[in-house]
Design a protein around this ligand. Structure first.
Ligand code: G3P
Ligand code: CA
Length: 251
């Protein structure tokens, strides 16, 4: 078993959900905030609407991050686009909309910002979402020098993305580093393992590197912990604290 040869092109600091805690997650406003803070690598969550439009949303429902209610998979994009996805965060973002994946990618590419596209399928839509995200990424990044890093907790979605666009780099997301993490990385031809930062140890980081893979940790909101992880060799740090992390090298 060996890791694929891949020249890791990504900065170390990753703006989580676009703008971390400073803007409503997974919106264009969040992407603008991340860009204005100097971040050149952002993470966001992508899923399908009922009419097969890829949009940014973390949860299966719109309840937490909009003024609406219901499942994204049950709504058309036209319905979703009527919702206010900013007021829940703060009045300054009132009227912010749920963005399409395409609109976000256009903004990020125009501003030279790399993407970690987390495939976040609604329950029961894992394979379709993995396929749709991979094919959309292939088309949207066709002329880009730095490809998006696709990741997912859903191994069904990751497998579908692998089949649909094998040339795109992938990372397996694990909340716990299972004993068979190497086998899983090989299975989906991944380039990286993304894990819960609480589970990161120097030994695990060294083992992942020795196996030929990169590693990123979510979600690190303490500056001292971020510096410790970087000293241990962690390649990527997802953070909600975009301003506080200024002191950590790697944006
Ligand atoms: O991709 C890293 C991180 O975003 C995974 O957790 O729940 O924030 O999507 P979550
Ligand atoms: Ca995420």
């Amino acid at each position: 078993m060996s890791a694929p040869a891949f020249d890791w092109p990504y900065p170390a600091l990753i703006a989580h959900r676009g703008g971390g805690r400073h803007a409503p997650e997974n919106t264009l406003a969040a992407m603008r905030l991340g860009a204005s803070e100097g971040y050149t690598f952002v993470e966001y969550d992508v899923k399908l609407t009922r009419d097969n439009i890829l949009v940014l949303m973390h949860d299966d429902t719109v309840d937490r991050c909009t003024n609406g209610q219901g499942r994204v998979a049950d709504m058309t994009y036209a319905e979703l686009s009527q919702l206010d996805a900013g007021s829940w965060h703060s009045p300054a973002f009132a009227g912010e909309r749920v963005p399409t994946f395409e609109a976000v990618v256009q903004f990020l590419l125009a501003n030279g910002i790399a993407s970690n596209v987390e495939i976040k399928p609604s329950l029961g839509h894992e394979a379709a979402t993995g396929t749709a995200v991979a094919l959309a990424c292939r088309a949207l990044w066709a002329d880009a020098s730095v490809p998006p890093l696709l990741s997912s907790f859903s191994e069904v979605a990751l497998a579908a993305a692998h089949v649909a666009a094998p040339e795109l780099p992938r990372a397996l997301l694990l909340s716990e580093p299972t004993a068979d993490w190497r086998e899983r990385l090989v299975k989906y031809d991944c380039v990286a393992l993304n894990i819960n930062q609480k589970r990161a140890t120097p030994e695990l980081i060294a083992a992942v590197h020795d196996a030929g893979y990169r590693m990123a940790a979510y979600t690190v909101n303490d500056v001292a912990r971020a510096k410790q992880l970087r000293e241990w060799g962690m390649d990527g740090i997802f953070t909600d604290e975009l301003v506080a992390m200024r002191d950590v090298a790697g944006r």
